[in-house]
Design a protein. Structure first.
Length: 426
């Protein structure tokens, strides 16, 4: 498996004299054959600025920097794929931060590109190639004319066309999971937040956070427009907003208004679940699905990354447990990172967390971050690092009733019917 590198013009090459390597945390490591899959459709190769590629000399077996003015290369995976290793690299300039992406090790093998990853879900619905740009532009124009005073459609049009957000695009295409952002405020100060960064963070936020509070009418219009098929999902909590539960009164009123008119589809919230009382109100209003963002079930690691304001990981656990007890299909948006998530203590803590909260689904999401900054922020490993592949296998064995995926799932139809019947009786 040949090392892959890029020149300063961004041209990608393979080097037959070097074997490609990966990274687990800050350790450069060999890539095993069973850790490789062909480069998935929709993946992108990118150079890592201000880095040097590290490979293994094919003759001597020695790890070396690739000579010349070249950079390391990584792959950005589409949703539905979980990375197992980072690219093999060292920084040429340690003061420079990598852009906020989830870089995956890539090599050249058998006449094609391969990545250190595994398929964790069916990627079909979230393949960017399935979003027709011309159709999307027509639908955005149609919605803007139909709802000229709804600021949410104005905001989402930029998300769909400017940022190419697939969830926002779905809102205009009336398909699958659509977005209804509601909050400009947040009760966490996440390290590497994609929508809002302190000026001295060194991370340029890749998108702009919404800057207004939508009315209940605006929210209801978006929800009713989208919830027209049995498998439709409308989701509070997007990358362009803060924590949605900070706007609990608006969400609660909107859900009640919508559910008084239709039981079609599913209402979801993507949340940090720290505001337990607010989450309870949202659940009681008729929530169907809840996805909770987390990076760890260990307090010190969780607090270092999320910097929670006025809540703790125990509040998150209480919110999940309450939602599960009320029949909500609960999941976690698990931000994973090779060399960290696969630490022995992290695995043990997450298994117990999943059991205590009656979790239904773990959505494995590749953490988009500058690796060195993240590793310097969090606690050092206390136990053995088992590897991402083995971590996933342990989850499958220890949590047989928990689905491992990459994006939103819905409960079985018979469970959905029970929930609707229960809500109607209430």
């Amino acid at each position: 498996m040949n090392l892959v590198y890029a020149d300063r013009q961004g041209n990608v090459f393979d080097h037959p004299d070097f074997v490609g390597l990966g990274r687990s945390g800050d350790q450069v490591t060999e890539i095993l054959e069973d850790e490789l899959i062909p480069l998935p459709e929709g993946a992108t190769l990118v150079s890592l600025p201000d880095t040097r590629a590290v490979g293994m000399d094919a003759e001597t077996g020695e790890m070396k920097l690739v000579p010349g003015d070249v950079q390391a290369v990584g792959a950005l995976l589409p949703q539905g794929f979980t990375r197992l290793l980072l690219p093999g690299y060292v920084k040429a300039d340690k003061t420079k931060l990598l852009p906020l992406f989830g870089y995956t090790a890539v090599v050249w093998k058998d006449g094609g590109f391969y990545v250190a990853a595994r398929q964790s879900d069916d990627p079909e619905r979230w393949n960017p190639l399935n979003c027709d740009r011309d159709e999307l532009e027509l639908q955005v124009e149609r919605f803007r004319k139909q709802y000229p005073d709804n600021r949410l459609y104005g905001h989402l049009s930029n998300c769909a066309l400017g940022y190419e957000c697939l969830t926002a695009s779905n809102t205009f295409l009336n398909r699958w999971e659509g977005a209804v952002p509601v909050s400009f405020a947040c009760n966490a100060g996440c390290f590497g937040c994609i929508s809002e960064q302190p000026e001295d963070s060194g991370f340029p936020a890749p998108q702009t956070r919404m800057n207004f509070k939508p009315t209940v009418q605006e929210i209801v219009e978006v929800m009713l427009q989208h919830l027209k098929t049995p498998d439709s999902i409308i989701s509070f909590g997007q990358g362009c907003e803060g924590e949605p539960s900070t706007q609990a009164p608006s969400i609660i009123e909107a859900i009640r208004t919508v559910r008084a008119q239709t039981d079609m589809g599913y209402i979801n919230i993507n949340t940090n679940a720290g505001l337990t009382d607010h989450i309870r109100g949202i659940v009681d209003a008729g929530l169907d699905l809840m996805r909770v963002s987390t990076i760890s079930a260990l307090d010190d690691h969780y607090n270092a990354y999320y910097k929670p304001r006025g809540y703790t990981l125990k509040n998150v656990e209480k919110s999940l447990r309450y939602a599960a007890d009320q029949g909500v299909y609960t999941s976690i948006n698990y931000l994973i990172f090779p060399g960290v998530t696969d630490r022995e203590e992290e695995i043990e803590a997450m298994i117990e967390f999943a059991r205590r909260t009656d979790l239904k689904l773990i959505q494995l999401r590749n953490l988009n971050i500058d690796p060195e900054s993240y590793l310097n922020l969090i606690p050092k490993a206390r136990g053995e690092i088992l590897g991402m592949k083995q971590m996933i296998e342990i989850f499958q064995e220890e949590l047989p009733d928990v689905v491992l995926g990459s994006y939103t799932h819905v409960p079985k139809p018979e469970l959905r019917r029970k929930k609707v019947a229960s809500r109607s009786q209430g």
